[in-house]
Design a binder for this molecule. Structure first.
Ligand code: KIV
Ligand code: ZN
Length: 514
């Protein structure tokens, strides 16, 4: 058996199923491009039947992103599979991923079908998918809680109909590594035609064991692992794909396996997904957390300074973690120095994006002694991946607040046609007053569901980064902005989220019908 483990990234499909995440089509394309740079083998770009927006995004990624296989998800019915094919068909290598539940609980209570019905649905659906493409994946959903005998039977049927990858999902994160590994092993022994398909594993993290279960799967014969960047996904999330990749790389001595992933792209893509999803990566998260390579105690610092390997099992450079660098950025730094630092951070920017970042950097540098990597990441976040075709821009915000006055805000915005609009409002606090004033100008009915402020760096002159989420028309839109004045950052973050909503709304109206 080959020692290569195929990496299947589902950030854009299962990852997007995280409560509160709603990627725009631009976010999806940018993530897909970053995944291709990282050299993952398969990108699951979406679930085309689920919405016109998803179909549009899958089809765009299929046309634009070269290298990885582009997969779409489909339930085991003809309409789903036809829509899925419509989404992926222009890819260099398109894949249709068909799934249906096989546990008695799901079949009885959700599908209301018996085993014979489900078996027949799988045959018909996989055959239809195979009539479109030779790359078909089949998943028996809730496999880890299904009767193994039925799973063997259904996998055999799927392979007979043309499935070339069979994926074993631990849909509800219920399995224990030894148990899940044993299931995969039994599949290699009991499914008679298993030599015609690659076994994949897809684990959820409800008990915190998704990565451990995935590795147990590969130790027992799986050669594809599914997961999402930063482990985002339904409930407690999916397998953190970067953890699997680095475990396979770091413990090749024990596992004897490899992936083809360019690991130096891991850190930049983790930051990108954090930015556009609005889901913060916990500081102590393995591989990509802020503290993953920081040493605090004297003994550890002493060891690392003498020899890095004393307390570091991976070289942060292999993951693309910026080294800090010798260039100090201040208000007298030029474009060259900034470009070099941004290169170290793994930011690949167009000229237009670079100019925006440069202007924002200059503005901040005028107010700070030094601009460090975290400041730059905040600027990048606002000026690049989160940048949306500006519909409205904030020109002015002024606030009166205090303990003896009603918080009042005046805002001035430039509209899509270049005209100025000014209004004012009173609120329960300064941010409320700003948001009410902006609402009086932009007229987007929405509900603010999340608002958080964090300090980007330390010190009294630090930038405050505001991340917000709004719900509008059944969709969820994040906005983010950083400034040394958190009220200004709050205003810009709100306008940003509203612009994202307006953009998505326009795209949806322009999307083609299935
Ligand atoms: O968790 C799951 O079972 C899934 C399937 C669609 C593969 O996401
Ligand atoms: Zn899943």
């Amino acid at each position: 058996m080959s020692d290569k483990v195929y990496i299947f990234d589902t950030t854009l499909r299962d990852g997007e199923q995280s409560a509160g995440i709603g990627f725009t089509i631009e976010d999806k394309l940018e993530i897909a491009r970053a995944l291709a740079r990282m050299n993952v083998d398969i990108i699951e770009a979406g679930f085309p039947i689920s919405s016109l927006g998803d179909l549009e995004a899958v089809s765009l990624i299929a046309r634009e992103v070269k290298g990885p296989v582009i997969a779409g998800l489909a339930r085991a019915n003809l309409a789903d599979i036809d829509a899925c094919w419509e989404g992926v068909r222009r890819a260099e290598t398109p894949r249709i991923h068909v799934f249906i539940s096989t546990s008695d609980m799901h079949m009885a209570h959700q599908l209301r079908k018996n085993r014979e019905d489900v078996l027949e649905m799988v045959r018909v659906a996989v055959a239809r998918a195979a009539s479109y493409t030779s790359d078909v994946e089949f998943s028996p959903m809730d496999a880890s809680r299904s009767d193994p005998e039925f799973v063997f039977q259904i996998l055999q049927a799927a392979i007979e109909e043309g499935a070339t990858t069979v994926n074993i999902p631990d849909t509800v994160g219920y399995a224990i590594p030894a148990e899940f590994g044993a299931l995969v092993k039994t599949i290699t022994e009991r499914v008679p035609n298993i030599d015609r398909a690659r076994i994949s594993v897809h684990c959820h993290n409800d008990l915190g064991m998704a990565v451990a279960n995935s590795l147990a799967g590969v130790q027992n014969g799986a050669r594809q692992v599914e997961g999402a960047i930063n482990g985002i996904g339904e409930r407690a999330g999916n397998t953190s794909i970067e953890e699997v990749i680095m475990a396979i790389r770091t413990r090749t001595d024990f596992l004897g396996l490899h992936t083809d992933v360019n690991t130096r792209e891991i850190y930049p893509i983790s930051r990108l997904v954090e930015r556009v999803s609005g889901m913060a990566v916990q500081s102590n998260k393995a591989i990509v957390g802020k503290n993953a390579f920081r040493h605090s105690s004297g003994i550890h610092q002493d060891g690392v300074l003498k020899m890095r390997e004393t307390y570091e099992i991976m070289d942060p450079a292999e993951i693309g973690v910026p080294a800090g660098g010798s260039i100090v950025l201040t208000k007298v730094s030029g474009r060259h120095g900034l470009r070099a630092r941004l290169d170290d951070l793994g930011a690949s920017l167009s000229e237009e994006e670079f100019s925006r970042v440069y202007d924002a950097f200059k503005e901040l540098a005028d107010r700070r002694d030094e601009v460090d990597d975290r400041d730059l990441e905040a600027i990048l976040s606002e000026q690049t991946s989160m940048h949306v075709a500006e519909q409205w821009t904030l020109d002015l915000v002024q606030v009166t607040a205090g303990d003896h006055t009603a918080p009042t805000a005046t805002v001035r915005l430039v509209g899509p046609d270049g005209t100025m609009h000014e209004d004012a409002a009173i609120g329960s606090g300064p941010v409320d007053a700003i948001y009410k004033a902006i609402n009086r100008v932009m007229h987007v009915t929405n509900e603010l569901t999340e608002f958080s402020v964090k300090s980007v760096t330390e010190g009294i002159d630090a930038q405050g980064e505001v991340t917000i989420r709004i719900e509008a028309d059944g969709g969820s839109f994040t906005g983010r902005a950083a400034d040394t004045d958190i009220l200004v950052a709050s205003a810009r973050a709100y306008v940003h989220a509203l612009n994202r909503y307006i953009n998505a709304h326009t795209q949806l109206q322009a999307a083609p019908r299935v």
